[in-house]
Every structure is written in C-alpha cells, then in structure tokens.
Design a protein around this ligand. Structure first.
Ligand code: FES
Ligand code: FES
Length: 153
C-alpha cells in the first residue's frame, strides 16, 4: 500500500512494492490509456512521465516511486501537449491507436526539453516505441508541426 501522485492528485493504492506501475495504473486504478505491450521494457507502449521525463511504466516498480509526479495520457496537459494533439489530428497520425498514447507522451517530454527537435532528436526519443502500423513518418511530421507552432515568429 502506498500513496502516488498521479496527474496532480494524491492517490492511495494497495499495490505491493514489487508491483510495476503499469499494473497499478491499468488494473488497480482502471487507467487504461497507458498500454500494455510487452511488459518487459522493449516496446515502449507503457510510456508515462515521471517528473516530466518519459519513463516505462512496466519497468517502474512501486518501490522505485518516492513522490515523483506521475503523468499519464489521461492527464497530459500544457502548451506542448495541446500543440501535439492538434498536429496529431491535423495530420491524421493515428492508425489502430495502440501505441499512440506512448508516442504522445514521449513527444511531449521531448518538446519540453528540446523545443526545436531535429529528426535525429525525434528518433532518439521515440525510436524505442514500436508502432506496428508504421505511423513513424506521420509521428515525426506532427512533432515538427507542433514544434513550429510553439516557436515564436
Ligand atoms: S509494455 Fe512497457 S515497454 Fe512494452
Ligand atoms: S498506430 Fe497501430 S501500433 Fe501504432
């Protein structure tokens, strides 16, 4: 049992120390926006933010959490998130959608750290997130579009 800070709210959970955050989110709290892909840290589908950094929820145990601010796709807000969501819609990025919450979480963390990312920056930040539908070119284009909208003219 412990207390987590999720999307700006203090939440008490019953999970044991060796329970991965992904299970806590999806199974205990019913927050299914964060996806289960592989469960072993190789697909990226479970990406959330811990104190603003993109992190894998399947590789984060309850015992790793010591008050970090956890943000999931359900609570993703702010100027970068808004710009990304608009670009995602504008460029029709999504196909089946399964990987897309992770793509958005990683993209948002990237834009907050690097407001004008290069293709190489995008690949470095997102290449671990597997998209079986092959939306990578549209994800990249949408990040560039969102970044351009965020830059002062
Ligand atoms: S479910 Fe976490 S990396 Fe695949
Ligand atoms: S949109 Fe289908 S897996 Fe990425």
């Amino acid at each position: 049992m412990g207390s987590l800070n999720i999307n700006g709210r203090a939440v008490t959970v019953q999970a044991e120390p060796d329970m991965p955050l992904l299970w806590v989110l999806r199974c205990e709290l019913g927050m299914t926006g964060t996806k289960f892909g592989c469960g072993v840290g190789i697909c990226g589908a479970c990406t959330v933010h811990l104190d603003g950094d993109a992190s894998l929820a399947c590789k984060t145990l309850m015992s790793d959490l010591h008050g970090q601010k956890i943000t999931t796709i359900e609570g993703l807000q702010g100027a970068e998130a808004q710009a990304l969501k608009a670009a995602w819609l504008d460029l029709d990025v999504v196909q089946c959608g399964y990987c897309q919450s992770a793509q958005l979480m990683a993209a948002c963390a990237l834009l907050r750290h690097k407001p004008a990312p290069t293709d190489a920056d995008i690949d470095a930040a997102l290449s671990h997130i597997v998209c079986r539908c092959g939306t990578y070119p549209r994800v990249r284009a949408a990040i560039h579009q969102a970044a351009a909208k965020r830059r002062p003219v």
